[in-house]
Design a protein around this ligand. Structure first.
Ligand code: ACO
Length: 323
């Protein structure tokens, strides 16, 4: 048996739609206030896709940005794993639309569906294909248009989410490479699916549906489950909190981020937070935040980057990457 290859990050990209929706604007749509939203979530504004702008459109822009950063041509891609809960169509997979638009004529493209944990699931999936030698160059994308599944009259959910996309380009490198994905860990427990779900679908209501959430119950589970997955990957990698250069969590809520960082003793200065400006962009939030920290020079080659997420299902997980 040949040794497993290392999945090395070669480029990171992000895309945010032009339109910004502020808390103050939201307060003219539903009974809420800038103060309430900031205090409970840390969110100040979020981006909203333009009319006709889709999950695939944003995914393509993020992918092109990541490929440019990597200095690689789309023709080299032989695997696209796209995480989304808001696909362009019920089928085909949004990943195949992205594949066509990028001009990729080889390999495979498919979607993974784990809602807010989608990017961790997509990274774990791509890592396995690369490690086994079944693909050489992968695009791992998170892209969401949650604005299209929100009930804009429900103040308890519509203030939390935004649209956007992020992408990583990863290549399979020699097993002895220092860099690469060190550990991934994914979990789910369907007993919790009624706490965060969309009340429609092709096989039930034949409609798209709207997001429904028991916010405080989700909050209650989030910190414990996220911390457990982080402890799992750190232990398997033989690392402690001191070895983490950058913590790039799923951007759900500043209070969840702060509680997890505190529990794991990760200093505030090493936490990448974009929740104030992006809101919760579900599967897009981690690669979008990563893209910002990569572009502004915070994340450097060789840095240990920790990611985590929890989402509908529940699904949750974490991963450790040496950039
Ligand atoms: N503006 C003003 N008041 C509001 C709003 C709003 N936008 N939304 C709810 N309220 C009111 C409620 O009606 C309630 O009023 P009442 O006491 O008169 O009944 C009061 O505020 C408190 O409501 P709670 O839901 O208990 O508020 P809580 O402090 O739990 O905060 C929140 C709500 C922000 C949703 C919080 O529970 C949370 O962040 N949960 C995590 C959910 C999450 O992040 N989900 C994202 C997907 S999963 C993930 O990504 C981790």
């Amino acid at each position: 048996m040949t040794a497993e290859r290392r999945s090395v990050v070669r480029g990171v990209g992000g895309y945010l739609p032009e339109k910004v929706l502020t808390n103050t604007e939201l307060a003219s749509m539903v009974e809420t206030s800038d103060e309430w939203i900031r205090e409970r979530t840390g969110i100040q504004e979020r981006h909203i896709a333009a009319e006709g702008e889709t999950t695939a459109d944003m995914a393509v822009k993020a992918a092109e940005h990541a490929l440019k950063n990597a200095g690689l041509d789309a023709g080299e891609i032989d695997l696209i794993v796209l995480a989304t809960a808001t696909p362009d169509y019920t089928f085909p997979a949004t990943a195949t639309i992205v594949q066509e638009r990028l001009g990729v004529r080889q390999g495979a493209a498919f979607d993974v569906h784990a809602v807010c944990s989608g990017f961790v699931y997509a990274l774990a999936t791509a890592d396995n294909f690369l490690a086994r030698g079944q693909a050489k160059t992968a695009l791992v994308i998170g892209s969401e248009t949650f604005s299209r599944i929100l009930d804009w009259e429900d103040r308890s959910t519509c203030v939390l989410f935004g649209d956007g996309a992020g992408a990583l380009v990863m290549t399979a490198e020699e097993p002895q490479s220092e860099r690469g994905v060190m550990q991934t860990y994914i979990r789910s427990d369907g007993r919790y699916r009624d706490l965060l779900y969309v009340d429609g679908g092709p096989s039930t209501t034949k409609t798209v549906g709207h997001l429904r959430m028991s916010g405080n119950q989700v909050f209650r589970h989030a910190v414990g489950k996220i911390s457990e997955s982080i402890e799992h990957v750190m232990q398997d990698a033989g690392l402690t909190a001191d070895d983490i250069d950058w913590f790039v969590p799923h951007q759900a809520n500043q209070r969840i981020l702060d509680s997890v960082a505190k529990k794991l003793k990760i200093p505030e200065g090493r936490v990448v937070s974009t929740v104030a400006r992006h809101g919760n962009t579900s599967a897009a939030s981690i690669p979008l935040a990563m893209s910002e920290a990569f572009e502004d020079g915070r994340i450097q080659p060789g840095d240990n980057v920790l990611i985590e997420a929890l989402g509908g299902g529940f699904t949750w997980g974490a991963a450790l990457i040496k950039f």
